[in-house]
Design a protein around this ligand. Structure first.
Ligand SMILES: Nc1ncnc2c1ncn2[C@@H]1O[C@H](COP(=O)(O)OP(=O)(O)O)[C@@H](O)[C@H]1O
Ligand SMILES: [Mg+2]
Length: 396
């Protein structure tokens, strides 16, 4: 009998291990197993003794059988005796066996009970341990929670401090940004004001210049208007060719038309007799006559001198004198000046037709006359026109 653990099917290695795991010490488990083994050994010894007894009976039986074989007559008695003995032996063996079985069953039950108890104890212990562990865990959790809350409170305080600092910092940043913005705004305002002032000054200057320009334009327009009026007067375009006219109007319009050609160094003097009557005339053609005479006088004087336009009356004639302070002309030239194409001017400047045309207009068309007096510094062309309408000439 080396190992009887197999006789305890309810206490396997696993059971032993489980018991250990459930809190039984190794010693307790070993003691429990040793107790079980000792009981089993006891039972086995008893069983062995019963078997020995049975063997003895068998031997007796064999002996008896031999004797019976030797003594035939007592055969039946012997056989009966043997049967009885055998029955006794069998009964005894059976009883012993049953007893052993009962004991084993009992031991098994006990062992089972022990195991159950051990299990229950182990379970209880385990539960206690579990409860303890749970309690410990709860305590740990509670303390950890308290710790965490402490940490949380601390970090919350820290966070609040950080937030306060951050708020202070951001307020400082905001204040500095506001100050910068205000500075920039002030500078921009100053620049804008400067630009505005400059613009206003320029505007004032411009409006002053504008005023001057408008005045100049008005002057020019006035000049143009009077020029246009003079031109109309001079050309007599919108008038009848033959009419009663004031010679002063004709002279004035002619002077206006020629003002651009008369150098600024030549002074124009008008000596009008405003009592003169209007005379019947071909006004546009008379203007052409004045133009030719004034043009020659200005040409004779060059850049400086005095041009005198004088009117007067000589009985039934109106007299117009065109006088200049030029060099005059010698008699041999004076005799030829009314010839067509006679000129003393360079080629391209004179046509020699001015005085020829003037003659035709005054003498032929108006039945007037032209006289010339010329000494150096004083040359006079005198035109005389009749006050009453002469009979129109048929020759021109
Ligand atoms: N006021 C004047 N003074 C001096 N010479 C004059 C004057 N007017 C006319 N003459 C002379 O008479 C010439 C003829 O005049 P005109 O018939 O008008 O032709 P043009 O002027 O083309 O020469 C002139 O070239 C000039 O010699
Ligand atoms: Mg001329």
């Amino acid at each position: 009998m080396n190992d009887n653990t197999d006789l305890l099917p309810n206490l396997s290695h696993e059971d032993a291990f489980e018991m250990q795991m459930r809190g039984y010490s190794r010693r307790q488990v070993d003691e429990f197993i040793a107790r079980c083994r000792s009981q089993i050994r006891d039972l086995e010894q008893r069983l062995a003794r019963s078997l020995d007894d049975s063997e003895e009976l068998r031997r007796d039986l064999a002996t008896a059988r031999q004797q019976a074989l030797g003594a035939k007559p007592a055969h039946e008695e012997v056989s009966e005796r043997i049967a009885q003995i055998l029955k006794l032996a069998d009964d005894e063996a059976r009883s012993q066996k049953s007893k052993a079985d009962d004991d084993i069953a009992k031991q098994r039950d006990e062992a089972q009970q022990d195991v159950d108890r051990a299990r229950a104890e182990a379970r209880e212990q385990a539960e206690r341990m579990l409860t303890a562990a749970q309690e410990q865990a709860e305590r740990a959790i509670t303390s950890a929670r308290a710790e965490a809350e402490k940490t949380l409170t601390a970090s919350r305080t820290e966070a609040e401090q950080t937030t306060t600092e951050a708020r202070k910092k951001s307020e400082a940043v905001l204040a500095s940004a506001k100050a910068q913005a205000k500075k920039a705004l002030d500078e921009a305002t100053a620049r804008a004001t400067a630009i505005h002032d400059g613009a206003e000054r320029r505007l004032n200057l411009l409006s002053t210049r504008h005023g001057e320009t408008i005045k100049r334009l008005t002057d020019i327009l006035d000049g143009v208007s009077s020029l246009v009026a003079a031109a109309k007067q001079y050309t007599q375009l919108d008038r009848a060719p033959h009419q009663v006219v004031d010679v002063h109007e004709l002279l004035d319009s002619t002077l206006v038309m020629l003002s651009g050609k008369i150098p600024s160094g030549i002074r124009v003097v008008k000596e009008y007799d405003l009592s003169l009557p209007a005379i019947p005339a071909y006004a546009a053609e008379l203007n052409q006559a004045w133009t030719n005479l004034i043009d020659n006088a200005a040409a004779a004087m060059g850049q400086t001198g005095v041009l005198t336009v004088r009117t007067g009356r000589d009985r039934d004639h109106v007299v117009v004198d065109i006088c200049d302070t030029g060099p005059g002309m010698p008699p041999e030239i004076r005799e030829r000046i009314f010839e067509p194409f006679f000129t003393t001017k360079p080629v391209g400047q004179g046509t020699g037709l001015g005085l020829d045309i003037t003659w035709r207009i005054v003498v032929n068309k108006h039945r007037g006359d032209i006289q010339v007096q010329s000494v150096p510094g004083d040359t006079r062309f005198r035109v005389r026109l009749p006050v009453t309408d002469p009979a129109p000439s048929v020759s021109d």
